[in-house]
Design a protein around this ligand. Structure first.
Ligand code: URP
Ligand code: ZN
Ligand code: ZN
Length: 456
């Protein structure tokens, strides 16, 4: 039996905050309150002057990702080490089988990649990359095993992208099973045509990626998904929404009664289109889909988070090395592996640029970085809050601590940092996963194998 007592913290949840103590036993929070008695055998952490947050939840990551002719760089140990270093104690990974694999095979592969390697807890969104005669039985079994969300792609023609027939069938099944379908929304036909046209004009550099996927391409993808969600009645979740046009489509659908939730990413709040225009191919570090947008979108996304129009903040963590993988598209931007690393620093960046600047308050910070994902994906109140009975996933946050982000100090297994040299104030000093200290005085001390796949 292990007992942990956190003393005199400013305890913050999505609803409230108070100064008090938290007692944890056997992986769970037992009690919270003022001047609690510490058991004699407890490890005591003094959090005077510090915040205590529920462990943060990243709703969208890629760890094992065979994609665009290569593989994302992290494995479960490097990714979960990076996650806990940044205060993330649970994440969702996209399980993305190729079209050659069945759902059952894909789910088994992704589980095997994670088993025994994780420092923190995780779950999957089950990718539906083909919907054939076997799919319903297999997907039912996967949902029964505790994976209560699907992932579909309206982009990546010929790879993960599905047809409208498959989309309708997948959403119909999702509705019947009561699971949320997460969706990458971009119109794949328009993208292919724009890519073909740009390359024919000799426009081959990373800066042209944006022009092949302008805001209207994303807005059309959202509009398309909204029509299918409306007609099937299935609940849906838009991943990595990046711009005003897409948000407008989603909100209009919400006003019509479509059950839609919205995620944006830390990089869309803080980086912009000009990053992907950096000279000497450096822009390739910032090639992702949807692309980084015009800066004017940032205030719209911040406002969406502040006002509850956007529910969650993720990373879409997808690390590819700048030296060896991004150059696959040196002569053709359509071959640059899409994605950036961000899992480690999402919450730290959100604190410095969201809370410290006054863009969002403490409750919104906790809601968008933790609680809302737990609620949407069936983990609440086990995860996403600080309350008796919840898992003892906790982050003691030092608002005075500072750091400079960079490749030399990150835990992510990739050869660049998208926020190199950014200075932050406010860092996790202690992190627990089900009552076990995995970060102590800012250093990762957790062991691979403690993290579990969460059945939802
Ligand atoms: O550019 C991105 N987003 N890469 C990862 C795959 C995806 O679309 O989520
Ligand atoms: Zn995507
Ligand atoms: Zn993704």
């Amino acid at each position: 039996m292990s007992t942990l007592f956190i003393r005199n913290a400013t305890v913050v949840t999505a609803d409230t905050h108070f100064v008090g103590d938290v007692l944890c036993e056997n992986e769970k929070i037992i009690s919270t309150g003022l001047a609690l008695e510490a058991p004699a055998d407890a490890e005591i952490l003094d959090a005077t002057g510090k915040f205590l947050f529920p462990g943060f939840i990243d709703p969208h990551t890629h760890i094992y990702l065979p994609f665009m002719g290569t593989y994302a760089k992290d494995d479960y140990t490097s990714a979960t080490t990076a996650a806990v270093a940044g205060g993330t104690t649970t994440f969702f990974e996209m399980c993305c089988p190729s079209k050659a694999e069945t759902a059952t095979e894909g789910f088994a592969t992704w589980q095997a990649k994670a088993a025994g390697k994780a420092l923190c807890d995780y779950s999957f969104h089950m990718g539906v990359t083909r919907f054939d005669a076997d799919a319903p039985t297999q997907l039912r079994a996967i949902v029964k095993a505790g994976i209560k969300s699907f992932k579909i792609f309206l982009a990546y023609k010929g790879a993960f992208g599905i047809t409208d027939d498959e989309l309708f069938a997948a959403l119909t099944l999702a509705k019947e099973l009561g699971v949320v379908t997460t969706a990458h929304c971009e119109n794949e036909t328009v993208i292919s045509e724009l890519q073909r046209r740009l390359l024919a004009e000799g426009k081959t550099g990373p800066e042209w990626h944006y022009e092949s996927r302008p805001p209207r391409v994303e807005a059309e993808g959202v509009h398309h998904l909204m029509s299918f969600a409306e007609t099937t009645g299935a609940p849906v979740y838009i991943v990595h929404l990046s711009c005003r046009e897409a948000l407008e489509e989603a909100i209009q659908a919400r006003l019509r009664g479509v059950n839609v939730r919205i995620e944006t990413l830390i990089q869309y709040l803080l980086l912009d289109k000009t990053d992907a225009e950096r000279p000497d191919f450096e822009g390739a570090k910032y090639v992702m889909s949807p692309p980084l947008r015009e800066k004017a979108n940032q205030s719209i996304l911040w406002n969406g988070l502040r006002q509850g129009l956007i529910d969650t903040l993720g990373t879409d963590h997808a690390p590819f090395d700048f030296a060896s993988q991004k150059p696959m598209g040196r002569k053709d931007f359509t071959k640059i592996p899409n994605g950036i690393p961000a899992l480690e620093d999402r919450v730290k960046l959100l604190w410095t640029h969201g809370v410290r600047t006054g863009r969002i308050d403490l409750q919104t910070f906790v809601a968008i970085a933790s609680t809302n994902a737990a609620k949407i994906f069936g983990l609440f109140p086990r995860k996403g809050t600080i309350a008796p009975g919840s898992d003892a996933d906790l982050v003691i946050w030092d608002p005075e601590a500072t750091t400079t982000l960079g490749v030399s100090t990150q835990h992510q297994n990739v050869d660049y940092h998208a926020f190199e040299g950014w200075e932050l104030q406010g860092l996790p000093s202690y992190v627990t996963v089900r009552g076990r200290v995995v970060v102590r005085e800012g250093k990762v001390v957790g062991e691979p194998g403690w993290g579990r796949m969460l059945e939802r």
